[in-house]
Design a protein around this ligand. Structure first.
Ligand SMILES: [Zn+2]
Length: 346
């Protein structure tokens, strides 16, 4: 007799393998290749570290098999996760949903967020409101979300909006939620954007009644560092960090939220290489602060993104994503056929 339980587990495993490939290959063009032994194979640019693949030489199937002829490596989904320094466990063991805020494993782990330090520090208690602002339906009314969908395609943009806890308020303004490494929500910053993705109108920061002396100011994205062990790239603006996550997946991108002072205490939590990419006009100020820190740091003059390519930066406050928005195309899905889309994501 058919073993139902076994087949459910198997479906779950296939779904998890699919999630793993989707998350690793987001933003890349994926082409349907040969069918071997009834299994569809796809090809795309190799995601392995150190292989700048222009060809595409990486072949995979959604049962988890993959191979790169140039890297001379192959394996299953767990091997791939390990090659990329990802924790393979969730892709095999836990129940992940494909989209929606419930898909965030960090918050799935703890439906009610816990207090970090009961006496001195309080997280935002209105969890229902927090979840409501993250509703996917509201993105249709959120100019930054629409701008991302247009730039990156709907799949990659939804993933980044969810990863970075980007929500929408009742006026369609963008809410950037800040949480610390223990998933405590610390505060939110709300900004309005116009349809070209530029800031327009209000900027408010809400601390939800936390007393001033207890306010904690993690970098924007600190909570992602709990499970993501990549080297860290630090920029000024929340928008820049979230968008850079699509353009450069080799790093975990975080933002100071426009803080003028870099605080060594708030950087010690990461315990790994920190790479700073200040806006062009802040380079000298940041360099002095970064070089005075007793941490593993590198700082970059991002004006070189333009000058090395014999281009002029658009303005003196330009940040790295200004370069990528203008000069790098990553959008993956506008020219896909619906059939191809369905066969992969349907
Ligand atoms: Zn390769």
């Amino acid at each position: 007799m058919h073993n139902l339980k076994h087949s459910e587990n198997n479906d779950q495993k296939l779904e998890n393998v699919r999630l793993l490939f989707d998350s690793i290959l987001q933003g890349q063009r994926i082409k349907l290749g040969a069918v071997k032994n009834g299994e569809k194979w796809y090809s795309t640019n190799c995601p392995l570290p150190g292989h700048e693949d222009k060809k595409p030489s990486f072949n995979f199937n959604y049962s988890g098999g993959w191979t790169c002829f140039t890297c001379n490596k192959k394996g299953d989904a767990v091997h791939l996760a390990k090659e990329l320094n990802l924790d393979p466990t969730p892709y095999y063991n836990s129940v992940l949903k494909k989209t929606g805020v419930d898909a965030l494993p960090r918050f799935d782990d703890k439906p009610k967020l816990k207090l970090a330090h009961k006496k001195t520090y309080k997280y935002f208690e209105d969890y229902e409101y927090f979840k409501k602002t993250l509703s996917k339906d509201l993105y249709n009314n959120n100019n930054l979300a629409l701008f991302y969908a247009n730039k990156f395609g709907s799949i990659a943009s939804l993933k980044l909006l969810e990863n970075y806890l980007i929500g929408t308020d009742s006026d369609g303004a963008t809410i950037f939620w800040y949480a610390d490494i223990n998933n405590n929500i610390c505060h939110s910053k709300t900004m309005q954007y116009d349809s070209s993705g530029h800031r327009s109108g209000k900027i408010t920061t809400d601390y939800y009644g936390i007393a001033t002396e207890n306010i904690k100011k993690p970098l924007y994205g600190e909570w992602i560092a709990r499970k993501n062990k990549k080297a860290i790239g630090i920029v000024e603006a929340e928008k820049t960090a979230s968008a850079m996550s699509v353009y450069d997946e080799s790093k975990l991108w975080l933002a100071t939220g426009g803080l003028s002072k870099l605080d060594q205490d708030s950087l010690e939590v990461y315990n790994r290489e920190l790479n700073f990419y200040p806006d062009i006009d802040a380079y000298n100020k940041w360099r002095i602060q970064v070089e005075s820190m007793d941490l593993n740091t590198q700082i970059y003059d991002i004006s070189k993104l333009w000058t090395l390519n014999e281009l002029e930066p658009p303005h003196e406050k330009a940040d790295p994503v200004d370069y990528f928005f203008e000069h790098v195309e990553v959008r993956q899905d506008p020219d896909w056929s619906q059939d191809e889309y369905d066969s992969i994501f349907g």
